[in-house]
Design a protein around this ligand. Sequence first.
Ligand code: PRP
Ligand code: URA
Length: 209
Amino acid sequence: MGKVHVFDHPLIQHKLSYIRDVNTGTKEFRELVDEVGMLMAYEVSRDLELQDVTIDTPVTTMTAKRLSGKKVAVVPILRAGLGMTDSVLKLIPAARVGHIGLYRDPETLQPVEYFAKLPQDIEERDFIVVDPMLATGGSAIEAIHSLKKRGATKIRFMCLIAAPEGVKLLEEAHPDVDIYIAALDEKLNDHGYIVPGLGDAGDRLFGTK
Ligand code: PRP
Ligand code: URA
């Protein structure tokens, strides 16, 4: 069974308060999302495999630890997931990037896939799916389904803000996936927006609307 990790780190909570604030403009919003993404990526990568390597320090020879070379891929759900992609790449620069494009049909709130391009060797990779928002859960569930359909087995999901409804459905649909959340909010409103949330993540990141 995957675990749900909710972050309580003061730096993350502090930065989130500005991200949520309606008076925070696009430039600052984008920078803060990237910063929180990076702080989260540090924890999300906690159980990456290490291997022993022999190195020479200026003083002696020692056995040190390095990442085992297991291949990592970060997969943003378009559009808003793009805002957290560099955050992961700054910490794991050799990671590959896949893209899954989904939009929520405004009437049904159901996710519709319009793009999927993934790295090779899917079976061998550790996937980190990123999207700032987990609302009804439809987009994350569909994106992870799309990865599994193509052979992915090890998947983590990372978001800034989640609604309890979405977390529950995602856990039920993909019990093997660890879920990382910066803040677990109160509920969804009638339009499928997270309350209190931050509004439309894509629009706030890219300055659309
Ligand atoms: C937003 C968000 C998630 C999705 C979450 O994307 O970035 O992908 O909604 O909602 P859900 O959990 O109910 O599926 P949106 O569909 O607005 O597309 P966009 O990123 O292109 O704006
Ligand atoms: N997508 C968003 O961008 N914001 C929400 O609150 C819900 C879904």
